[in-house]
Design a protein around this ligand. Sequence first.
Ligand SMILES: *[C@@H]1O[C@H](CO)[C@@H](O)[C@H](O)[C@H]1NC(C)=O
Ligand SMILES: *[C@@H]1O[C@H](CO)[C@@H](O)[C@H](O)[C@H]1NC(C)=O
Ligand SMILES: *[C@@H]1O[C@H](CO)[C@@H](O)[C@H](O)[C@H]1NC(C)=O
Ligand SMILES: *[C@@H]1O[C@H](CO)[C@@H](O)[C@H](O)[C@H]1NC(C)=O
Ligand SMILES: *[C@@H]1O[C@H](CO)[C@@H](O)[C@H](O)[C@H]1NC(C)=O
Length: 424
Amino acid sequence: MTQQPHPLSLTLKILFSLTLFTSLPLTLGQQPKVNALVAPIKKDFSTSLYTIALNSTKQFLIDLAGSIVWSACPPNYGLVHCTAPICNEALAFRYPDCLPIINGPKPPGFCRCISSTKNPVTGACFAGDETLIHIFVASTDGKNPTSLASADYVNICAPQSALAGLPPHTIGVAGFGRTTLVSLPARLAWDLSFYNQFALCLPSTRKAPGVAFFGAKPYHLLPPYLPDISNFLSYTTLLKSPNNSDAAYYLDVKDIAVNGMSVLFPTHELKFDSTARGGFKLSTIIPYTAMRSNIYKPFIEAYKAATKGIRRMPRVKPFELCFDTRALGSTRVGYSVPPIDIMLNDGKNWTIFGANSLKDVRTNTACLAFVNGGRKEIPAITLGGFQMEDSLLHFDVPNSTLGFIPTLRGLQTTCSNFNFTSGV
Ligand SMILES: *[C@@H]1O[C@H](CO)[C@@H](O)[C@H](O)[C@H]1NC(C)=O
Ligand SMILES: *[C@@H]1O[C@H](CO)[C@@H](O)[C@H](O)[C@H]1NC(C)=O
Ligand SMILES: *[C@@H]1O[C@H](CO)[C@@H](O)[C@H](O)[C@H]1NC(C)=O
Ligand SMILES: *[C@@H]1O[C@H](CO)[C@@H](O)[C@H](O)[C@H]1NC(C)=O
Ligand SMILES: *[C@@H]1O[C@H](CO)[C@@H](O)[C@H](O)[C@H]1NC(C)=O
């Protein structure tokens, strides 16, 4: 099943493009059919956050749970009408704790779209005009970048002050959330008329970038003899929160096991309660997985029990359990430590091995990279960036399905192995 813009939305798109005051080129019919786009992902080691480069070099923070893109707008940006579908969707996904938006006429007679959003790192709210920003993104055959495709993204104009707390040289935030029109992947898919699917592969090293694919497979990583790695994906259902303004992706988790044994904790908290609290969320904004205290404590105890014989080191904040790395063996998938199984309701396991569970913090010390989220954490568990590094995650948004490979190291590759040398 592929999603094509139907004639009405196509007409609306042209209509709303024309309501822009700048003369942005229309992308329709001007370029050959593009099946997929590719862009590099960098990890910033000062914040442990990830950025994607758009329009070749402009860095945007990746917010997997964000609904829209925001950045400063150029001086003569076009306005979007307040009844446009892209305006309605931005308003539907705005943060309820950010001030309500008053759509005022400017210029006279034109009801312009203003929306609010927040900086996901600092939590600071701001409001701004909605506009479309035109960029070029590399198309791909899945093996190399091929040519440049023309697209635009839906952007909320942000004041410079909104950039506080983001990695250095980042000019905005790219939301990859579960929307149909305004997130970066949704808009690129719509612009280029492909199905709204994307794959994220977060790098663990600064040596070479990781990769984001928008659109159809194949997804190839070096070495060249490896087949399309999408062949190795396991699939599971993605859940959405009953909270309609939450664009995040959630996993349907029934239990967690350490070294093959279930951790004893209140597993019902992995479901949403009547006020939309609970659940198991995916986030690129927190570096390490956060668990509510009543889950974290039994989890740490289970891990201590499973690693009883291994020499400990003094704790290094924010972690609690640290090991002497000289006492640990190493494997293709990281330190040889007990695996952590995130047991999904449909019978699959997302297994976390040493490379994604133990973080090297100083010479001879590596710590279990999970943190105590406190008693009142809204999602019961939020899977953080470190646990998703060198994982391939394929989001089929309309079908709410996640394809995942918990670690590519098992296939003797990593996220930093896409060949960014142009193939043409
Ligand atoms: C994107 O890149 C093109 C070509 O380099 C440049 O002309 C344009 O101003 C850039 N747009 C943005 C929004 O950065
Ligand atoms: C609903 O989700 C939004 C966006 O994540 C969040 O700001 C808000 O606090 C949530 N509301 C509840 C009641 O959980
Ligand atoms: C998932 O993990 C649990 C706990 O380690 C294990 O008992 C079960 O066999 C695993 N299931 C699959 C399909 O690997
Ligand atoms: C949609 O999701 C279901 C399970 O949620 C899966 O069985 C089916 O193959 C998926 N369809 C596509 C086109 O991926
Ligand atoms: C990367 O792609 C380029 C262009 O297709 C090719 O010439 C080069 O050999 C590839 N590199 C590797 C290591 O395969």
